[in-house]
Design a protein around this ligand. Sequence first.
Ligand code: PMP
Length: 363
Amino acid sequence: MTDPSTGPRLRKALRGIPSYKPGRPAAAATDRPTYKLSSNENPFPPLPALTEAAHEASRVMNRYPDLTCGRLVGALSDRLDVPPGHFATGTGSVALLYHLLQATCEPGDEVMYAWRSFEAYPIAAQVAGATRIEVPLTTGARHDLTAMAAAITDRTRVVIVCTPNNPTGPVVTHQELAEFCARVPSDVLIVVDEAYLQFVRDPEAADGLALYREYPNVCVLRTFSKAYCLANFRVGYAIAHDPVAEALRVCTPPFAVSSVAEEAALAALACENELLEQVEVLVKERTRVAEGLRALGYDVPVTEANFSWVPLGADTQAFARACEEGGVVVRPFGDEGCRVSVGEPAANDLFLELAGRWAARAR
Ligand code: PMP
């Protein structure tokens, strides 16, 4: 930032907050393929039904979209058996998270989440003027919901539970989350971030929607960016009771979801079976990558998402560089570890080969 003593005055709360850093794109094609495994995207090209729906909707790009995103909300409402009034749609689920904190936090209020978790949480909390309360993950890289419940104070306004947890992979179990919801005071909002829901295969995993039906202070966040192949179109939704849902709609800028994005999301719902077949391939690949890494000696936690966490300590940045030089872009986090998304089989083969070379060199 430039010298804050000159020019328009900015909120003090913004000082020192880093802007969100996206996963690096793959380098421009050279003599060999380069794979981007740094942003947990669906690696398969979009199905023709999605691109055709978007193309068709683009014919009305001179007109504003439907403010209420009514067709998509209607389709989700029927499918999930949730009243349309309990939905808010936004420019990706991350935007809805920002709006939720804007709707709930006064300066100095507390926003709690596990750490390490999704890197947008600390940014969104600080932008809202809130104090961050970061509760360390357990060994095994899981949420410690007992410690989180114990850390709630009179200033706690929001607790975010990311399941499966980005970037480490484990889910919280339904029993753990149900017990947690029973302990949290009813004036604290519990946000269950289910960005990777469709990749979950653990039968004991938390069901955020069931807890929303039971607890008026539970809000579920979901996205079309991952399993539904629409990261670029920015469609996310929240499910919450009133008055939270209504407050969200107040805080969301008008026309947050374009018709192009809405129609593509509707097309994705219409061909969900095909998309879920791709997800099934990715789930199998995730198991292969995680097991392959463990066989090489990496301490990879259980993962229920479309990525694996590779704890590397001081080697984190060097490992990421070595992967990139070998044609795979992964996501390094400080000196903790790298997150590697599940890609198409050839990308995963190459990544495992590079991880093998690294392990052999490190020995
Ligand atoms: N939550 C989690 C846990 C995520 O990992 C992501 C994307 N990386 C998001 C939310 C945001 O998804 P989007 O804004 O694309 O819907």
